[in-house]
Design a protein. Structure first.
Length: 59
């Protein structure tokens, strides 16, 4: 899903929290997708940060 569609489906507070935690567009979109799927925003942030850490350790 594109960002405008995701933003339509999410509460403004969730969007703001995700935008505060992440700066890269792909990470923001990934977090928004998890929130739309039903994961809480706090667990989403934790998951995406963990994924980023794992990805950085692979290189």
């Amino acid at each position: 899903m594109k960002r405008p569609v995701l933003e339509e489906k999410l509460d403004k507070n969730i969007i703001q929290k995700v935008n505060t935690e992440f700066t890269e567009e792909p990470d923001i979109l990934c977090a928004m997708r998890w929130c739309v799927r039903g994961l809480s925003v706090d667990n989403t942030i934790r998951k995406v940060k963990t994924d980023l850490e794992i990805r950085s350790n692979m290189h």
